[in-house]
Ligand binder design. Structure first.
Ligand SMILES: [Ca+2]
Length: 120
């Protein structure tokens, strides 16, 4: 997905990302899962996330690794600037039945902190 962000203010900033309210659900279990007895929704543990900002990879890991306390520093967002950046969600072909019909919901939180001389 492409996300458009804009610093409509008059001060340069540094944009940070975190996730919150992540809830996975098993829903139905249409076919046996290796851990069917413990099916708790394994999608977030098996979904890969690649976040690229200004051509730089700023996060490359599991969706479950994005937590309210895991701040991903995206980078500078200068006053008056607007940019698009991408988040790619994917699941490796090696993942088995454990994610069938699983779902996950979450929020993405963006925080723009005022520019500090040492950060940009
Ligand atoms: Ca499951």
């Amino acid at each position: 997905m492409t996300i458009h962000v804009q610093n409509a203010g008059t001060i340069n900033g540094v944009l940070n990302l975190s996730a919150a309210n992540m809830v996975g659900a098993p829903n139905t279990t249409p076919e046996p899962e290796g851990l069917a007895a413990n099916d708790h929704g394994e999608l977030e543990e098996n979904m890969d996330v690649l976040i690229t900002y200004r051509g730089n990879t700023v996060y490359n890991g599991k969706l479950s690794g994005l937590t309210p306390t895991t701040t991903v520093p995206l980078g500078a967002l200068y006053h008056g600037e607007s940019i698009d950046f991408t988040i790619v969600f994917s699941v490796a072909g090696t993942v088995g039945n454990e994610i069938q019909d699983d779902s996950v919901t979450f929020d993405l939180n963006f925080v723009l902190d005022q520019y500090q001389t040492h950060e940009i």
